[in-house]
Design a protein around this ligand. Structure first.
Ligand code: ATP
Ligand code: MG
Length: 589
């Protein structure tokens, strides 16, 4: 805790500093006081002892100094010993063992004193058991040393004084530590609070909340830092908002696109894909870790990716995938410096365009083909007649009949084509009127009845009673019924059944023609409405006589009526074509 917080560390440093300073100050002061006291005391004692030595030397033979000694001893608070030249005690103010008159003093330095030196010493002396300051001076008489004087002063008071000083220092240190602690608290308010505030705001910013601000009052470095952080937060907020709107826009664009869009990083890992892409590659989850190599079934995309990375340019191509054809564009994504940061691939489904394109090509080929066969027939017979190849009148008549029939066929074909073109360019002449669907169905089915009996097929008619009249062009609607019934009977095998249904729901009439024929495959179902589209292309005109225009005409007529036409079919289970048409109640648009 102390180590982690700034104030804790400051406090710790302060305390250590105080303790160190006080410790050395204590040692220094104790020594200083001790030395000072001792030097003072020593000088004083030397002074007294020398004075006493002079007194003694002035009366060397005098005995009985007790009264003077006791006065001096009390006055200067020191014990006094006087010894003679041999070191034997003459006078002594200490009452203790080994300190009797006439006894040899047990003092190691005695010889040096008796040779004329003044000796100062500190330590325990025998007979006194306490530490004392000992001063020994020689007593001289006429240049001859006749003894020595000892002053012994207890050091107790000095130690006491030093202890007092030391305890003052200790109290001072404790007081400083308390002061440092209080100061630390104040500092923590002044320094730590704004710093903690900044920390909180920065954390909120990391979470995406830019509304928190630091309330800084001070104008010092911390205040400046707080202001900068506030500024940073508001700038970041603006940038992030701008970025997220941009991102949203991009997301919306991607989501509304019908093309599949995938972006990869340079290693081919998917970064982003829209719904059509997820669906196309049947990816269960938008797992960002998916690599381009693991997108199954489309190795070409991987090749294009590598090519685009190598050539650093846009690569276009067409790729077949899952029975569809995609126009693909693979483009490198660059950053500001122009380095490639990824690849974006756009896949556009062009299956329908491709099919229509081939249908268009087929259409031209078909028209030419459909026209060429009757034309060459006509040419052949006309040439035969012109060359007089017909043997007799009967044969000539037969040739002419064939010519007439082929001419009718040709005319019908050309009429159909013309009708279709007119319908598709919107130039259809329509005569709208009330049309009774019941009558219409009956009329058309009557025409087909001989065919049904001949081919042993059953025909069922189910027209709702009191069906309201439809609003349409009777001739055109009759054409629709004929074309549908023609198909039904043509594609239903012998003993098959054809069913015609008509009923009204609200103001719409639904008419359907259902057969028990071979049905139409799902892929062909949407294309049967195209001109010249035939499911079985190998089938010759002679076999079933179809040109693939019937349903195209049906669709165009129903469209012109504002109705709908649809086909339901499953291979092997027959086909049902239903069209809807408005009743007279609803006005035609
Ligand atoms: P046309 O009607 O011009 O004589 P067609 O019958 O071949 O020629 P459409 O009526 O336009 O042309 O039909 C298009 C194709 O749809 C047909 O060639 C056939 O393959 C398929 N088709 C139409 N109706 C049926 C049906 N009832 N059962 C099975 N296939 C059908
Ligand atoms: Mg047909």
């Amino acid at each position: 805790m102390i180590n982690r917080s700034l104030v804790g560390r400051l406090w710790f440093a302060m305390v250590v500093l105080v303790i160190l300073v006080m410790f050395f100050l204590g040692i220094f002061l104790s020594n200083f006081f001790e030395d000072f006291y001792f030097s003072l005391k020593t000088r004083e004692l030397i002074d007294y002892s020398q004075k006493l030595a002079v007194m003694i030397s002035s009366a060397p033979d005098r005995e009985g100094w007790e009264s003077e000694l006791s006065i001096i001893s009390k006055y200067i608070d020191a014990k006094i010993i006087i010894v003679d030249r041999r070191g034997l005690i003459r006078e002594c103010t200490i009452q203790g063992r080994g300190m009797h008159r006439g006894q040899k003093i047990e003092y190691p330095e005695i010889e040096r004193i008796l040779q004329g030196e003044t000796v100062v010493n500190r330590g325990i002396v025998p007979g006194l058991d306490v530490t004392v300051l000992t001063i020994g001076v020689p007593v001289e008489n006429n240049g001859e040393i006749i003894g020595a004087v000892f002053f012994l002063s207890p050091v107790e008071p000095v130690t006491q004084t030093v202890r007092t000083v030391q305890s003052y220092i200790l109290y001072g240190a404790m007081g400083t530590i308390i002061l440092a602690t209080v100061l630390g608290f104040i500092m923590s308010k002044k320094i730590t609070k704004p710093v903690l505030d900044m920390n909180r705001v920065a954390k909120e910013m990391a979470k995406g909340n830019f509304n928190e601000r630091i309330t800084t009052e001070s104008e010092d470095e911390i205040g400046l830092l707080g202001n900068s952080l506030n500024h940073l937060s508001s700038e970041l907020q603006k940038s992030i908002e701008a970025l997220s709107t941009e991102k949203d826009q991009l997301k919306n664009i991607l989501a509304s696109m019908t093309d599949a869009v995938v972006t990869f990083d340079v290693n081919g890992n998917i970064l982003l894909m829209n719904d059509p892409a997820v669906e196309l590659f049947s990816i269960k989850e938008r797992d960002k870790g998916i690599n381009i190599e693991s997108i199954s079934g489309m190795p070409e995309l991987n090749e294009q990716f590598n090519l685009a990375m190598k050539e650093k340019s846009h690569i276009k191509s067409e790729i077949p995938f899952n029975g569809k054809i995609f126009k693909t564009g693979v483009t490198p994504l660059r950053n500001d410096k122009g380095d490639i940061k990824g690849i974006v691939a756009v896949l556009h489904d062009i299956t329908r365009e491709k099919r229509l394109e081939s249908l268009r090509r087929e259409f031209v080929a078909n028209v030419s083909h459909e026209l060429r066969s009757p034309l060459s027939l006509l040419q052949g017979y006309v040439e035969a007649l012109a060359d007089g190849l017909a043997g007799d009148e009967k044969e000539r008549q037969k040739y002419l009949d064939i010519l007439l029939e082929e001419t009718h066929r040709l005319r019908r074909l050309v009429n159909d084509l013309l009708d279709l073109t007119q319908m598709q360019t919107g130039n259809m002449n329509m005569n709208f009127d009330r049309v009774s669907i019941k009558e219409l169905v009956n009329r058309v089915t009557d025409k087909f009845t001989p065919l049904f009996t001949e081919q042993n097929k059953k025909l069922g008619i189910f027209v709702e009673e009191d069906l309201p009249p439809a609003w349409g062009d009777e001739d055109k609607l009759q054409q629709v019924m004929i074309n549908l019934l023609d198909n039904a009977v043509k594609y239903t095998p012998e003993n098959g059944t054809v069913k015609v249904d008509a009923f009204a729901r609200e103001d719409t009439i639904y008419v359907s023609v259902e057969d028990s024929g071979p049905g139409i495959a799902k892929d062909d179902l949407e294309l049967i409405w195209e001109r010249f589209y035939k499911v079985d292309k190998a089938r010759t005109r002679e076999e079933k006589g179809g040109t693939g225009l019937g349903l195209a005409i049906v669709k165009n007529i129903i469209d012109a009526h504002g109705g709908n036409v649809s086909a339901e079919s499953e291979p092997g289970k027959g086909t049902k074509i239903t069209f809807s048409i408005n009743t007279t109640i609803k006005k035609h648009p």
